[in-house]
Ligand binder design. Structure first.
Ligand code: GSH
Length: 299
């Protein structure tokens, strides 16, 4: 698996070593750091970037994480979690579909018996055991990218921005903001109504915080549809990164029976019946795994 050592021999100063520690804590190897530090007699306060103590860095995920050769075909590989529950995986997977590139998908059942072991394998080490994670090829220097938003950005760089984002600058500004907001916000909604494609709830109880998230999302959808949605049934007309990132919200609203206005239901149906979404839903329905904590009644 390609792996670029964060502490290259060229790492001469303590400041640089610590900067590496700050930017790549999970990848940090303590022996390498000690080696890099050897011979440095004076530690200048200014070099102590962020006052990080490198020797408290958790190296649990270093297991076998050296560069190694693999004998698989040189294709893009997306590692995802259970299709029924993993909302971030759905986003990464839709992004791969949207790229039009061929990719192989590998499902790792989250929180199952083997999860602790699986999350420490080389394949999941770069993301520190989170999915989705995308490996682009097999060479020693093949790129690896994790976090759904980074995957969208990476693929858009690869195949062209217009496949993922509206062409119009004003529309794109809004799409980017909506995507960033989804990625960084709505914790009450995410916690109370975890994605569960198979679930069907009627009259879900919604707290004030969750209601505020729902209202905010609906108002963003309404604005996007009204201002930029004339070219098709999706937020900005044609299917784009904004629909990818809000697809798990559509799933939540659908399966928890969240009451929404007509325009939102029309949009949600467009997403729900999209071919890729249908493929994902079908696979989720036939998965045999159940995660109890996501099956509890929504609060
Ligand atoms: N911000 C990340 C979130 C990734 C994430 O939290 N994924 C969940 C699955 S939906 C996961 O891997 N959970 C396993 C764990 O945290 O141990 C992204 O956008 O991809």
């Amino acid at each position: 698996m390609p792996y670029r050592d964060p502490l290259l021999p060229a790492c001469h100063s303590l400041g640089q070593a610590l900067r590496e520690a700050v930017t790549a804590p999970v990848l940090l190897n303590q022996d390498r750091l000690s080696e890099a530090l050897r011979g440095i007699e004076t530690i200048h306060a200014l070099n102590c970037v962020n006052r990080v103590n490198p020797f408290t860095v958790d190296t649990a995920n270093l297991n076998g994480y050296a560069a190694r050769r693999r004998n698989r075909a040189n294709t893009m590989k997306l590692i995802i979690g259970n299709k029924n529950y993993s909302s971030w995986s759905l986003r990464g997977w839709l992004a791969c579909k949207q790229s039009g590139l061929h990719f192989e998908e590998i499902t790792v059942p989250l929180y199952g018996e083997d999860w602790d072991e699986a999350r420490r394998t080389d394949e999941l080490a770069p993301s520190s055991g989170k999915v989705p994670i995308l490996w682009d090829g097999d060479g020693e220097d093949a790129p690896v990218v994790w976090d759904s938003l980074a995957i969208i950005d990476y693929l858009a760089d690869k195949v062209g921005r217009d496949r993922f984002w509206p062409k119009d600058e004003t529309a794109r500004a809004m799409a980017r903001s909506m995507v960033a907001e989804m990625h960084s916000s709505y914790l009450p909604l995410r916690r109370s109504l975890p994605m569960n494609i198979r679930k069907r709830v009627e009259g879900v109880e919604i707290s004030a915080e969750v209601r505020a998230d729902i209202v905010r999302i609906l108002s963003l959808w309404a604005e996007a549809r009204a201002r930029f949605g004339k070219g098709g049934p999706f937020l900005f007309g044609t299917f784009c990164a904004a629909d990818i990132i809000y697809a798990p919200v559509v799933s939540r609203f659908m399966t928890y029976g969240v009451p929404v206005p007509g325009f939102a239901m029309t949009y949600m149906e467009a997403v729900w019946t999209h071919d890729w979404m249908q493929q994902w839903i079908e696979a989720a329905e036939s998965e045999g795994w159940t995660i109890e904590q996501f099956e509890e009644p929504a609060r």
